[in-house]
Design a binder for this molecule. Sequence first.
Ligand SMILES: [Mg+2]
Length: 113
Amino acid sequence: MKHLLDQIRAFNTERDWDQYHSPKNLAMALMIEAAELAEHFQWDTTEESRCPAPDKRPAIEEEVGDVFIYLLNLADKLEIDVLEAARKKLETNRQKYPVKKVRGKKEKWTEYL
Ligand SMILES: [Mg+2]
């Protein structure tokens, strides 16, 4: 992860793009890339979306990469450790959604209070 982040920083520095990478701009770019990812599944049925056609996979993988790069850029600018943030949120979610209460159910945590 550290090596990837170093590569992303170098990519940005070489191009003098940090000047455009405010958290606001990066959050917008992240949403746009997430929308590009979603676009690949837009008219698929649920079942079709589970198994994209092999010729669609490279483009989907590219969008996954775009989303991850912008997420790492955003977190880097805000000095957020992405892995630590994810670990913390997973623990929060474990407490919000205890297995005994929610297994097999899809309602939001507020429905289980
Ligand atoms: Mg893209």
